[in-house]
Design a binder for this molecule. Sequence first.
Ligand SMILES: Nc1ncnc2c1ncn2[C@@H]1O[C@H](COP(=O)(O)OP(=O)(O)O)[C@@H](O)[C@H]1O
Ligand SMILES: Cc1ncc(COP(=O)(O)OP(=O)(O)O)c(N)n1
Length: 264
Amino acid sequence: MKRTMTIAGSDSGGGAGIQADLKTFSAMGTFGTSVITAITAQNTLGVTDVYGLPAKIVESQIDAVMSDIGTDAAKTGMLFSAEIIEAVANKVKKWEIENLVVDPVMVAKSGDRLLKEDAIEAMRRKLIPLALVITPNIPEAEVLTDVSIKSEEDRRIAARVLHSMGARYVIVKGGHLEGDPVDLLFDGQRFHEFRGERIHTNNTHGTGCTFSSAIAAQIARGRSVYEAISIAKRYVSEAIRQAPHIGAGHGPLQHFPKWEADLD
Ligand SMILES: Nc1ncnc2c1ncn2[C@@H]1O[C@H](COP(=O)(O)OP(=O)(O)O)[C@@H](O)[C@H]1O
Ligand SMILES: Cc1ncc(COP(=O)(O)OP(=O)(O)O)c(N)n1
């Protein structure tokens, strides 16, 4: 069985973070392991408290997983501080993790901060150069590149800047744009659009976590980055469409046991 590791924060509400990642890994037919970076007190209405863990315990969790179980791909989500980003980057190098999907999580849908302001430079310099794939949404791409994205051309410029920082594949997601969500991939040479149909709902908590975890799991299973993104997009769409209406705010997605089996 292929192995996938998430390095991310815990969401007590179960919709995003580590919890969404592990549900997605399982649905994709991979064995998921987890490295917790921060604990959030969170529900569908928002985040009421955040506790960042010491970088040392993040390092020892990675060592514990990698020295015994190993991984075929990894993803990062909420990394909270510059210290944790540096610790993760060092361990990614030490364990030679090449299939790394970086979801540069900064702010929750509720508007609450999940990454300290002074950690953005560490994200740019230490982690992005190690990424096989980086999956920013529009606001994250703007912060990382200092490009204000007002048009499709701006989005392409931002994708090029992120690629120049060292990520091999850049996908700037379109969930925050008006109309049907189109995600834009740049591989260093060509652009490719992944088109979806907008589902009008409040149940979109954890879409980014689910998308990046599904990409990591499909890469672990040997699919190309293009195939992995295409499958991840279908999965997220269906997970939003069949969301269970839980909580009074942005509700979580529905995850599907044996989704992978349905693909073959
Ligand atoms: N309402 C929606 N209907 C269909 N797909 C969506 C919707 N919202 C987001 N997506 C898709 O979910 C994935 C995550 O995108 P996005 O919501 O932009 O990320 P994030 O959660 O990081 O803000 C993307 O593939 C995006 O196109
Ligand atoms: C612990 C934790 N990690 C990440 C997020 C953000 O997740 P995302 O998938 O981008 O979903 P939304 O917050 O945009 O719904 C989070 N909220 N908590």
